[in-house]
Write a protein that binds this ligand. Structure first.
Ligand SMILES: [Ca+2]
Length: 362
């Protein structure tokens, strides 16, 4: 037996004894543990908004010693009649952890935990739009992503066996250049950064990078679904169908994420994206709603409601809105949808108002 294997024997014995020891401890706990105790604290609402005072119902047997919010102590504003109130200083939407520590009537020291969902304190402003121009759009295009780069319109389409990346003639709707994806891939959002085109795939966890001549250069791997993609400078911003936006480097290293809320709760089904003047515009899947998100806070600050009759003769509950491209220089948006016959140039003045930028630009 080689020396290296002999050295392993004491280690193996130790490991075996440890496993047996853990097993016996578990067994002892299982046979002696009492019935689960009733929860000590209970939220009085399912969710709160930023700035709200939070009130928690206390079990009558529970005497509170300390309140922790996201691992920071907070001072209750009121503890009486079985209720505890406090006002957290949080400015962040999403789930926060509340831990309340105290004693039971038998002097046993205990704590209980709640996850508290905090919604946005902003009522989204309804943005108005004007249609400036209508262009033809290929009805065969199951649009999943739309972006301008150097005044060229790029479009990504979906469905297995039909997914493409294309350069499109804006005026005619004709295809200037096109590359197909292998049939196992369902194409999703696209964006163009530093003369590289990025195209997501829906459930394959692969993002393709092309030259602006549509030559495949690289493939990146990610671990979520891929829905929409846009960018700010050299940061990619990706949606995955939830209420989350994830930020990646151009090499697809994850940099961070934010969760998106309005004053009605989490805004899920975020789909096609476009970064415009400090905000992320996101098409909410299966609706005519485009939300304007402050990417630093995750709050929806504005929204567009596109008229469902805008593409005449299209059932937009089936052929849904799903393309937003910002064309720098003319401060216009171009929108279209899956299999729509038209692409619309629209003006949304509020997006470009003087001083209309987030306080913190991502
Ligand atoms: Ca876009």
């Amino acid at each position: 037996m080689p020396v290296t294997n002999m050295r392993c024997i004491p280690t193996l014995l130790l490991l075996l004894l440890t496993v047996l020891s853990i097993g016996s401890c578990r067994q002892k706990q299982e046979t002696t543990s009492p019935a689960p105790e009733p929860s000590l604290i209970r939220a009085t609402k399912t969710a709160y908004a930023i700035g709200d005072s939070i009130t928690i119902q206390l079990n009558p047997s529970f005497s509170v010693d300390a309140v922790g919010w996201d691992n920071q102590p907070v001072q209750p504003t009121k503890i009486s009649s079985g209720l505890l109130s406090f006002k957290p200083a949080t400015k962040a939407v999403g789930y926060h952890q509340l831990v309340i520590t105290g004693q039971t009537t038998t002097q046993k020291r205990v704590s209980d935990t709640l996850q508290i969902d905090v919604w946005s304190d902003v009522t989204p402003r309804l943005l108005s739009y004007t249609v400036l121009q209508t262009y033809p759009h290929q009805r065969s295009s199951f649009t999943q992503g739309l972006a301008f780069h150097n005044d060229v319109l790029y479009e990504g389409t979906g469905l297995n066996g039909q997914s493409k990346l294309m350069k499109v003639n804006l005026l005619t709707g004709g295809i200037i250049q096109s590359v197909g994806l292998p049939s196992q891939f369902f194409g999703e959002g696209i964006t163009v950064v530093n003369d590289h085109v990025y195209q997501l795939t829906w459930t394959s966890g692969q993002c393709f990078q092309y030259t602006t001549d549509l030559v495949l250069q690289k493939t990146f791997v990610y671990h979520t679904q891929g829905w929409g993609i846009t960018h700010r400078d050299t940061t990619l911003i990706v949606s995955d169908g939830s209420n989350r936006l994830t930020f990646y480097s151009l090499g697809f290293q994850k940099l961070g994420e934010t969760v998106v809320y309005d004053n009605q709760g989490p805004v899920t089904n975020l789909n096609e994206l476009e970064y415009v003047n400090g905000y992320v515009l996101a098409n909410v899947w299966q609706t005519n709603r485009i939300v304007q998100i402050d990417p630093a806070s995750g709050k929806v600050v504005g929204e567009l409601r596109i008229d469902s009759n805008l593409p005449a003769g299209v059932n937009t509950t089936i052929d849904v809105l799903n393309g937003i491209a910002y064309r720098p220089g003319e401060n216009a948006l171009y929108i279209t949808g899956k299999n729509w016959p038209s692409l619309f140039k629209i003006q949304v003045k509020e997006l470009f108002e003087q001083g209309h930028r987030p306080k913190i630009v991502l």
